[in-house]
Design a protein around this ligand. Structure first.
Ligand SMILES: O=C(O)CCC(=O)C(=O)O
Ligand SMILES: [Fe+2]
Length: 248
């Protein structure tokens, strides 16, 4: 999609932090530095800021993925899904060899714990701040009833990733003892505020270029996640979600 690609400036990402994964080189070692945040209800979230570095992968995905728009029924209307999508089923070649490397690295770490590999890849393109994903859990399929793992790699513009316990405000406030992830090192100089769970019980965490977030345990059925719209002027963001068979 050249329209999106033209919005992308790879130099923005030249200084991505890291011991990141070098995209043109084999993965060296495992996912070191992942921090697990235990949430209520036997859910957890692992975070690894700046796992991937460099802008080449984002550039390639913006250009090469056959992004498409979808429309979905909502009440008595059919509405545009506010992001572009592309899904890679189990066994389908991924659109860039680096994604296979990323999936293999994730499996080296998470398959022993999960008991099965991550095999599908869902790609979302948030073209600008008007694109979003509404509150949901990945509960189509087994995620509705069983513990599972969904690993998301975020590329491009930073966007807020929200998590809240299912069940509405009162439930959320009652169990809002969950720890919020510490800010990234480079944010600390400018923003040292603690980031408590908001009064509504929502956890807010900004996902930056190259960050990894992995939701596990009961997270898909007992919590919900969202990428809200933003009025800020933001460029494109691509998220790649790796899931096991039968979860979406
Ligand atoms: O873009 C993201 O990081 C989240 C996407 C998501 O939750 C989904 O596609 O199920
Ligand atoms: Fe999701």
């Amino acid at each position: 999609m050249s329209v999106q690609a033209s919005l992308f400036d790879p130099s923005l990402f030249d200084d991505a932090p890291g011991p990141g994964l070098l995209l043109d080189a084999p993965v060296v070692g495992a996912l070191t530095g992942v921090v697990r945040h235990e949430l209520a209800r036997s859910a957890w979230v692992d975070l690894l800021p700046g796992w991937l570095s460099g802008g080449e992968l984002l550039e390639r995905l913006l250009e090469d993925v056959p992004w498409h728009a979808e429309r979905r029924p909502m009440y008595d209307r059919v509405v545009d899904v506010p992001r572009l999508l592309c899904h890679y089923a189990e066994g389908e070649p991924l659109p860039h060899p680096s994604l296979e490397t990323v999936r293999d690295a994730l499996n080296a770490r998470y398959e022993p714990e999960l008991g099965e590999p991550l095999v599908t890849a869902g790609l979302c393109l948030y073209r600008d701040g008007a694109d979003s994903v509404a509150w949901h859990g990945d509960t189509i399929g087994r995620g509705r009833t069983t513990d599972t793992v969904v690993a998301i790699v975020s590329l491009g513009s930073p966007r807020e990733f929200l998590l809240r316990p299912r069940g509405g405000g009162a439930v959320a406030r009652a169990i809002a003892g969950s720890e919020l992830p510490a800010p990234r090192a480079q944010e600390r100089t400018t923003d040292t505020r603690p980031r408590p769970v908001t009064a509504s019980g929502t956890i807010r965490h900004t996902l930056h270029h190259g960050d990894l977030v992995v939701m596990g345990g009961s997270c898909q059925r007992t919590w919900e996640h969202a990428i809200p719209k933003t009025a800020r002027s933001v460029g494109p963001r691509v998220s790649i979600q790796f899931r096991p068979r039968g979860v979406s």
